[in-house]
Design a protein around this ligand. Structure first.
Ligand code: NDP
Ligand code: 2IT
Length: 453
């Protein structure tokens, strides 16, 4: 680690104690940027990185709501407006009991580079709440969303800050929040993305993150004259990103064999086909059930409950060529990364944000496998959010084919930016450096152009 990174990290830790995910995200980026800061000292003297790690604004607020038993509940709401150098703040909202300031800051920080990589004019933001939608009734979720938006509405807007979904926030929650925003502002505008198709949403937005992560894997394989055809793929999670990853892997001839939720995972040696995927979508999106039911319905599949006492996740311990972590941060620890390599995995495309611990990332990079970090691999979601904003501004919806074409083009460009940038800075094949540097340069130059901001 360079002296600059060491000193920077010491300050980051002192100033933001206990925000360990934020430290992790900053350190990974800072490590890559050493290469840039050596070559272009103006970024050092302008203190660009020191500025980027400080959010432009952090909002934290009370979210009171009433449960179905008429008991008052209090949650905490957040919005991190991280960087607006290249466009309005843009990024998802996460509703999960683990949500805290450090987690949202890591996500907002990652979002800045990711959004820059899409080549669309979007700054970086993230928000959410420690609210747990699991087990709540539709009415409870609605009351929570309305209360959350009753505060958030005054801080956001189609040219200011445009939230979207993330863990625990899908089309249903976006709908409730949009309704409340509209009521308070008396305006029908593109203030949120991931909206329903009938009211300003874009075709392909639900599919975009999973499709994009798969397109990126295909692009990486193409550099070795290979494709996903016939490849066994490990997929984690069973929510939005995981479902559409499975769909696109199937389209491209691959064989997905796993899915998970926080209770456990299923392994289906015969492969998760379209019919089984349809079952998963109904199970997860309509009935909001647990993935265990998959193995009850399809006897060829094996369900393994999550075991917090184990020092590895057996999902990553199956023979395969590709892995698509699509659940949450740090779901691949060092032992899991070793298991993946041992089992023959040489393509890792991160649908989730920062799913691999730092030691795992190092292993993948040192081994020279085709490893795309989240900020490159999962950028398809926010990219199509950007396309939704364009369609809202024009008041003209595009066809499915048009949006998918643009998504494919954007993922191709992201791949090329990462690959070319890694080469330019003397680390060919290192998509981590490519993504961090590629995302940084555009934001850094915009910040310099705009003066001391
Ligand atoms: P969903 O809420 O639709 O699904 C999340 C899935 O991950 C569920 O299966 C959930 O299981 C599992 N999961 C969540 N938290 C944990 C945890 N702490 N431990 C174990 N499993 C967990 O979310 P998405 O599919 O939208 O998001 C998945 C990942 O992709 C996240 O990292 C998100 O930041 C990232 N992402 C999402 C984008 C999007 O457009 N939605 C865009 C880019 C990245 P359970 O139901 O049991 O909690
Ligand atoms: O992490 C992410 O990129 C998202 N959750 C999607 C953000 C968005 O604005 O669509």
């Amino acid at each position: 680690m360079s002296q600059f990174v060491e000193e920077l990290m010491q300050k980051v830790r002192e100033k933001n104690p206990e925000q360990k995910e934020f430290h992790q995200a900053v350190e990974e980026v800072a490590d890559s940027l050493t290469l840039v800061l050596e070559r272009y000292p103006e970024y050092r003297s302008e203190k660009i990185l020191e500025r980027i790690i400080e959010p432009e604004r952090v909002l934290m607020f009370r979210v009171p709501w009433m449960n179905d038993n008429h008991e008052i509940q209090i949650n905490r709401g957040f919005r991190i407006e991280m960087n607006s150098a290249i466009g309005p703040y843009k990024g998802g909202l996460r509703f999960h009991p683990s949500v805290n300031l450090g987690i949202l800051k890591f996500l907002a920080f990652e979002q800045v580079f990711k959004n820059s990589l899409t080549s669309l004019p979007m700054g970086g933001g993230k928000g959410g709440s420690d609210f747990d939608p699991k087990g709540k009734s539709r009415n409870e979720v609605m009351r929570f969303c309305q209360s959350f938006m009753s505060e958030l509405f005054r801080h956001i807007g189609p040219d200011t800050d445009v939230p979207a979904g993330d863990i625990g926030v899908g089309g249903r929650e976006i709908g409730f929040m949009y309704g409340q925003y509209k009521k308070l502002r008396n305006e029908f505008t593109g203030v949120l993305t991931g909206k329903g198709l009938n009211w300003g949403g874009s075709l392909i937005r639900p599919e975009a993150t999973g499709y994009g992560a798969t397109y990126l894997a295909a692009e990486m394989l193409a550099t070795r004259n290979e494709s996903l055809e016939g490849k066994t793929c490990l997929v984690s999670g069973s929510g939005n990103v995981a479902q559409y990853t499975v769909e696109k892997v199937l389209d491209l001839g691959g064989k997905p064999v796993t899915l998970s939720d926080s209770s456990g995972y299923i392994y289906d040696e015969k492969g998760i086909d379209r019919k089984k995927l349809e079952f998963v979508m109904e199970l997860k999106n309509v009935r909001r059930g647990r993935i265990e039911e998959y193995a009850q319905k399809y006897k060829e599949a094996v369900y393994t409950p999550a075991d917090p006492g184990k020092n590895y996740n057996p999902l990553w311990d199956h023979k395969a060529q590709c892995a698509f972590p699509s659940a949450t941060q740090n779901e691949i620890n060092k032992k899991d990364a070793e298991n993946l390599l041992k089992n023959g995995v040489y393509v890792v495309s991160e649908g989730a944000n920062m799913p691999t611990v730092a030691d795992g990332v190092k292993l993948f990079v040192d081994k020279g496998i085709l490893y795309a970090p989240g900020k490159a691999a999962n950028a398809g979601g926010v990219a199509v959010s950007g396309l939704e904003m364009s369609q809202n501004s024009m008041r003209l919806p595009w066809t499915r084919e048009e949006v998918d074409q643009r998504l494919q083009m954007i993922m191709k460009n992201i791949h090329k930016t990462c690959k070319d940038t890694a080469e330019k800075f003397g680390t060919p094949g290192n998509y981590v450096n490519g993504a961090n540097i590629g995302g940084f340069l555009k934001v850094a130059d915009a910040m310099i152009d705009q003066g001391l901001v």
